[in-house]
Structure formats: structure tokens, C-alpha cells
Design a protein around this ligand. Structure first.
Ligand SMILES: *Cc1c(COP(=O)(O)O)cnc(C)c1O
Length: 265
């Protein structure tokens, strides 16, 4: 039967198989259902089927959906996965449980500033909303900090968004510039940097995405050595067409839209 619940169960099976191929536990991979363009009713259905993490790429659309599902708020983790303009940082800091798309120091500062004064976040924490696991390796133990990922463009193709780290292994100056900015972001009191996010180049052959995934994983390992303060536990990569390869290459969060909710208009 092709129900939403059956599709979610299938994705979990494929996640477990891909994790197994890489010698990893399925529990190391979190599935984020990307509900953009789909109505809140579908999110409610997915929530009833056991999915608790949802991704949106536009603040305005997410705001309406989050409001429509307000009674479920403490059971859901909302992830912002799309590009964020600094002038929407205040709303994003209030609405989301994790922002994957931090792509500049300027944006990080804006998010950090607004997170610390967000009463919405404060009251959600008091209501017992699920918080990201604290990383005992790091100093991030304050639940008021907004968990974020730094979006990196390691392919140079997919989009112009993300810190420019295309071919970073051969571009020491670009790498050092990024490390210097990342260090400043780590020092912002309102944010908890949890890792990296990347988007692979679009292509019909999912194997084409593998070098991008590998470069992102290698960058995460380098960051864990050079800037150990954050621990860098998370790596958000892989979508409907390529999430299995992403898991084999080390993804801890996959962002799956069409395979769960169907094609978008
Ligand atoms: C839309 C989107 C996804 C999900 O894409 P699908 O191909 O539908 O799985 C994942 N990540 C980002 C950043 C997106 O914008």
C-alpha cells in the first residue's frame, strides 16, 4: 500500500540498509521530512506515522505551517534548510529548532542576537520541547542556544549558497578564511554549532554526488581537529535521489522530501 506511513517505513528501511553497509547504526541517522509546498495536514499525517523532524526552506511558509500545527509544537522539531536572509533571522530564531543554512558570519551574528532574546524559544523550553542532545565533548550545554549547521559549498556546482569551499583541499587560503569565520561563529553565545550541511550538485546519477559527500565528511573531520570546541557531530546531506550514498559517506541527517510527500507542484 502506498500510504504516507508505508513510504516513511520504507525510507527507514533504506536508511538502516545504507547504515549497515557503512558499518554504522541506523540510530546514527536522523530523517528530516521536507514538507515544503505541502499542507500542514500532510505533516500531521507524517507525525502520526512517527516522523518528528520536518524541514522547510522558506520562513514565511514555515511560519504558517508551524502556526497551523501549534498544538503539536513540542512534539515536532522544525528545521530550516533553505537560504536565510539576515532580515528574517529574528523570525527564524523564534520559529526553528535547528537552522541548517548558516552561510555567513553576518547571518550567524543576526541569529545569535535574536536567539538570546526570543521569548518563544524560552517558553518552548519551559514546556519541555525536545532539545538536541547535548554533546558532552563540547561546552554547549545551554538549551537556549539555537543549534545550527554551517552550510558549505564543496562542489562549486550545486548553488552559490554556502561558504565557498569548492576544492578546499587545494585552496589553503579559502580554507583558512573559512576557519577564521567559523571560529568567530563558535564564539557567539546564542548559537550551538553542531556541524555542517551541504547540497550535492543536481544530476541524474546519484553516484555523481559521492565526491561532494566525501569532501564534506573530510571537512568535518578537519574542523573537529582544528576547532574542537564544537565537536562537529552532525553532517546534514542527502536528499530523495542520493540519501543512501550520503549515509554511506557519513551523513547523520538526511533531508528527504519527494520520497515521502510525493512530487511538488
Ligand atoms: C527540497 C530540499 C530537499 C528535499 O529534496 P527532495 O529531492 O524532495 O528529497 C532537501 N534539502 C534541501 C536544501 C531542499 O531545498
Amino acid at each position: 500500500m502506498d500510504t504516507l506511513a508505508a513510504r516513511i517505513a520504507q525510507i527507514y528501511e533504506r536508511i538502516a540498509a545504507a547504515a549497515g553497509r557503512a558499518g554504522r547504526a541506523p540510530s546514527e541517522v536522523r530523517l528530516v521530512g521536507v514538507a515544503k509546498t505541502h499542507p500542514p495536514e500532510l505533516v500531521a499525517e507524517a507525525l502520526a506515522a512517527g516522523l518528528a523532524d520536518f524541514g522547510e526552506n522558506r520562513v514565511q511558509e514555515a511560519q504558517a505551517k508551524i502556526a497551523a500545527l501549534a498544538t503539536e509544537r513540542t512534539r515536532v522539531r522544525w528545521h530550516l534548510i533553505g537560504h536565510l536572509q539576515s532580515n528574517k533571522a529574528k523570525r527564524a530564531a523564534e520559529l526553528f529548532d535547528m537552522v541548517h543554512s548558516v552561510d555567513s558570519l553576518h547571518l550567524a551574528r543576526a541569529l545569535a542576537r535574536h536567539t538570546l532574546v526570543s521569548e518563544d524559544r524560552e517558553s518552548r523550553i519551559e514546556d519541555g520541547a525536545p532539545q538536541p542532545e547535548c554533546d558532552p565533548q563540547s561546552s554547549i550545554l545551554d538549551p537556549r542556544r539555537l543549534p545550527v549547521l554551517l552550510q558549505v559549498n564543496v562542489s562549486g556546482e550545486a548553488s552559490k549558497e554556502g561558504f565557498d569551499l569548492a576544492g578546499w583541499q587545494a585552496r589553503p587560503a579559502a580554507l583558512e578564511a573559512f576557519l577564521a569565520e567559523a571560529e568567530q561563529i563558535l564564539a557567539l553565545p546564542g548559537l550551538a554549532v553542531r556541524g555542517l550541511m551541504t547540497i550535492a550538485p543536481w544530476g541524474s546519477d546519484p553516484e555523481q554526488a559521492r565526491p561532494t559527500f566525501r569532501a564534506a565528511q573530510q571537512l568535518r573531520e578537519l574542523l573537529a581537529q582544528r576547532l574542537p570546541g564544537a565537536g562537529w557531530p552532525e553532517l546534514s546531506m542527502g536528499m530523495t535521489d542520493d540519501f543512501e550514498g550520503a549515509i554511506e559517506e557519513g551523513a547523520t541527517i538526511v533531508r528527504v522530501g519527494r520520497a515521502i510527500f510525493g512530487s511538488r507542484a
